[in-house]
Design a protein around this ligand. Structure first.
Ligand code: SF4
Length: 394
């Protein structure tokens, strides 16, 4: 069974999210939040292919292209103006020119009245409303998005430009990058093969058979810690990655180091060893849930927990998630059929202790074989073995 690491994470976040996308095939709706990593990734492509002198310019070009695609090339100018004004205000907080009443910095300046007032005074609240109106009419923003002093769309542009500027000095040079979005696979996880992508693939200067993999995290957070980054499934999986047939340019024997880059803060952590047992346990339980279609919606814990989810309209608009047939009728039918099989077997073995013992050993062998091969092939081989052992000529 092949599982993409993105699907694994999606199922872990909310099984219903995975169900919409992978079982029902509903394409993931576009959201403003998802545009931030998309802009940075596309910007990295522009930059590493030499189409822009630096990453910040490259990310700006991406937004410009998108605005043209949305049919409003002039919007790029408004977004850039908004981003520059917002950055100017936030720089006052960062430099300590705006502080708490008792002194000291604000942890999240965007949540303060000071920020709200300065955005308003700079005309960015009004501009922000216009930007978000555009986003709503282009299905990029939900109608009930949180009220904020500025603009969700403008903030996305500003965040992607700020992240590019923050991380650019520390990025690997153009000439040493071996690949971007390079696919890899992880085997040795029972019946599952994990498929992932290295955000950047770099050579190991000290070992020609090894590579360094960069994992890029865009999850919004004011800080990151090594302990959290080291538990990230993408980090552990990347450390065990092997090239797939389609991996471009380079083959490698091992990953000597994983570089975890957190774009919202610019923090970088390097890992030479990871906890593969953690990954094995998680993959086994998630794969079991996927196979059995165990779908417990996150919505059970309330609307607020669904706010950031791209599938929110599917679950909360119109017919809500609680009206969905989440207990699969097909699975119930299968459970009934299994119960009938069990009764039939018990009836045919009843009272014969010796046969029960032999059947137990037979089932042990069968179970081990099923874990490694296709069920149909194992059953055919078992039948063949049974017939042969019963043949008087044998
Ligand atoms: S809206 Fe909530 S319940 Fe629905 S898929 Fe998203 S997280 Fe899951």
């Amino acid at each position: 069974m092949d599982i993409a690491i993105d699907d694994l994470r999606s199922y872990a976040r909310c099984p219903l999210e995975w169900f919409w996308e992978r079982r029902l095939g509903i394409p993931r709706p576009q959201t403003i939040t998802a545009l931030v990593p998309a802009a940075i990734r596309a910007g990295l492509d522009f930059f590493y292919e030499g189409h822009a002198p630096d990453l910040t310019t490259a990310v700006g070009l991406v937004w410009q292209d998108w605005c043209e695609g949305w049919g409003d090339a002039a919007l790029a100018g408004d977004l850039a103006r908004y981003a520059a004004g917002r950055a100017k205000i936030l720089n006052l907080f960062a430099a300590g020119h705006v502080q708490r009443p008792g002194g000291g910095r604000y942890a999240v300046p965007e949540m303060t009245n000071e920020y709200r007032q300065r955005m308003h005074a700079a005309g960015l609240t009004k501009l922000g409303r216009q930007l978000d109106e555009f986003a709503r009419t282009h299905a990029l923003l939900a109608a009930d998005e949180d009220d904020r002093p500025g603009s969700a769309m403008g903030d996305a542009v500003a965040q992607s430009l700020a992240a590019a500027e923050r991380c650019a000095p520390d990025l690997p040079a153009r000439e040493i990058v071996l690949g971007r979005q390079a696919p890899y696979q992880v085997e040795g996880l029972g019946t599952v093969r994990l498929i992932g992508q290295a955000d950047l693939l770099l050579p190991d200067a000290e070992a020609s058979e090894a590579v360094v993999v960069e994992v890029h995290d865009f999850e919004s957070a004011p800080w990151m810690r090594a302990g959290i980054a080291g538990r990230d499934l993408r980090v552990i999986a990347a450390s065990l990655g092997k090239p797939t047939e389609t991996t471009p340019i380079v083959a490698w024997e091992r990953v000597s180091q994983v570089v975890y880059r957190h774009w919202p803060t610019g923090q970088v952590y390097r890992f030479r060893e990871t906890n593969s047992g953690h990954l094995l346990g998680l993959v086994a339980s998630i794969a079991r849930g996927m196979r059995q279609q165990v779908v417990v919606p996150r919505a059970v814990t309330g609307y607020e927990h669904c706010r950031a989810c791209a599938y929110r309209p599917e679950c909360w608009d119109g017919a809500n998630w609680d009206t969905l047939p989440l207990i699969d009728a097909g699975l119930l039918g299968a459970a009934e059929a299994l119960r009938t099989t069990m009764h039939g077997l018990r009836g045919s073995l009843a009272g014969d202790h010796a046969v029960v013992q032999r059947m137990r050993r037979f089932l042990d062998t069968l179970e081990a074989a099923v874990a490694q091969s296709e069920l149909a092939a194992v059953l055919a081989a078992s039948r063949h073995a049974l017939e042969a052992s019963h043949d008087p000529d044998n």
